[in-house]
Structures are given as C-alpha cells and as structure tokens.
Design a protein around this ligand. Sequence first.
Ligand SMILES: [Ca+2]
Ligand SMILES: [Ca+2]
Length: 348
Amino acid sequence: MRRERSIPNHLKRQTGVALIAMLLVFGLVVILVSGAITRTSLDIKKTGYHLQYSQAYQYALGAEALARALLHNDWQEDQKQKRGDHLKESWAQPFQFEPEGGLMRVQIRDLNGRFNLNTLIDQHGKAVETSTKHFERLLQQLDMPIQPALSIIDWLDKDNQPRSSRGEDVFYQSSENAYRSADRPMVHPSELVALQAFDDIDHTQQLRHKITVLPDIKTSINPNTADRALLASLHKDIQADDIVQVRSELENAFTSNQAFLEHSVTAGIDLSLLNLDVRSHYFEVWVIAQFNDQIAYLRSLVYRAPDTGIITTLYRDQSRNDRYNPLLNLSIHSPSSSPSVSLFKGNP
Ligand SMILES: [Ca+2]
Ligand SMILES: [Ca+2]
C-alpha cells in the first residue's frame, strides 16, 4: 500500500507565511483603494460645494447689478419728475427673486439718511465744529453720553493731542494689545469697536444703526430718509415727528431742498450751516443669495453720481453673520410683486 507523502513542516510554514503575506498585501491594497475612494469622494463634494458657492456668489453679484439698475432708473425718473429720493420709492423696498435653483434677497439702504462720522473732520484732518455739535445732539437724542464724540474725533483727526481720556495713542497704547489711533477717515463702521469710545458696548451697537462712514468727508443728509433721531439732531428747535408725518403724507416727500427749507416744519429754524440735500448719492446694497445648499452674503457700497446717475461700486464685503444685515430679520414680499425685469432698461 502506497503511503501518501506528508508535506514537510518547513514547507507548511512557508505556505502559511506566503498566505499571510498575500492577505497583508490584499489588506493594504483595500486600505489604499478605500482611502483613495474616500479622498476622491470628498474632493468631488468639495468641488461641488465650491461650484455651488460660486453660483450663489454670481447670483449675489446679479442682485447687486439689479439694485444698481434700480437706482439708475430712479435717478432718470427723478430728473423727469423733478423730485429727490424718499422711502416710498421702489429702490427703498426690499425685494426677492427666485432664479433657477436659487433665491436672491435684496435691500437697498440710503446712507445719506445716516450721520457720516467722517464729516467730523475736514480735508486738513481737523475737527469741524458744526459737525461736532450736530453729532453731540444726535448722541443726546439717543440718550447716550456726548463725551465719546471727542474720542471719535481723536481717532479721526491728524494730531495726536487727546481731547478726551479715551483718545489718541496715549490711550490705545496702554491697552493689553496696544495699537495706534487711525488719524484718518474711517473705512469701515466696525472701527467704532476698535476706538472704544463707549463704556457700554450696547451704545456702540445702537449707534452703528444710525451712522455710516463714507469715503467723502462732505456728504449731505437727506431729510426725506433720515430717521427721527437724526432729524431731531439737525437743530434743537426742530420737531422731528412733524417732519416724519409731513413727508409721509406728501406723495414724493420733500421734492427739493427749497421745498424742505420753506415748509412750515422748518419755519424760523436756521439750518443754513448744515449740508442737507433731498437727493441721495451713497447707498448700501445688502444681498443674500442662495444656490442649492450654499449661501453667499454681500454688502456693496455704491455711489450714484448726481450729474449723470452713473453708479459705481466702491467696495464689496462678503462677511457672513453680520448682525447689522437688515435682511436677516425681514419678511420680504414674493417675487410676483417685486420689481419687473424692465428695471434693466436704461442701465448704465
Ligand atoms: Ca429718487
Ligand atoms: Ca488723532
């Protein structure tokens, strides 16, 4: 009888080692391939998000272009009808569009209806007394201390002589994170936080809703769009509530500077030192645009030239979570009642 030859032990061990090695290689290949698949899938997702965000941002830019067209058309109508700018005009109403796969919400704000902090200094970087007094009256209207006006002027003016205990380098360099005062016009309203003029952060936030900073130190205030507090700050004898009521009753508010200055609401009040104009030139365009899951935020500062109506975008800010974004807490009417595409007619 033939006996089967048994496999020698050393050969059995070698077969086992080869099997384990093969399994290890196979395992390694599986890990590498699954890693590559995961990375590729993440890359595809990332690219997808990026493309969606790009589309959302393009929608935001489209919304800004629409706002610019609206403002230019308004200028043309103002020229024809000899009127200024007021809050019942179509540019002042928030609106919403729903393009394919997305959503665009837009709100235009008139910045000539706010106090421009940069008007506190002149072209030589020196404080302007009329503006200082005006700003102090505004702070009083808002039940705030007036001392911070001096800190703000210290931040803006060219010299390094403190007008207040919270001003100039001597104050900012004693901070834990030392820095220096700007000594030039502000470029963003958030500088208000850096200059620490107010003890109470609520005052800083409250003031942000009332002020602006524009790249022009001689801007005017529009009595048709200024709010009650700003109107009341124009002069100690002015009755802001009367102005608000009268302008809301008039079809086109005050249609000229003369109409405002000769109206009974300003009778006997000398406003000649103030720079008032019922036509507005600086606007901010707030946009929230969505495409699929991605949302783009945009705040654009635009300038409308008074003689040509040509609109120039001066800067764009894409900050998310901006607490001053008016669109975040706003109910907006549907696209069916929003301005029509005829807006594009006559766009510069
Ligand atoms: Ca207008
Ligand atoms: Ca200074």
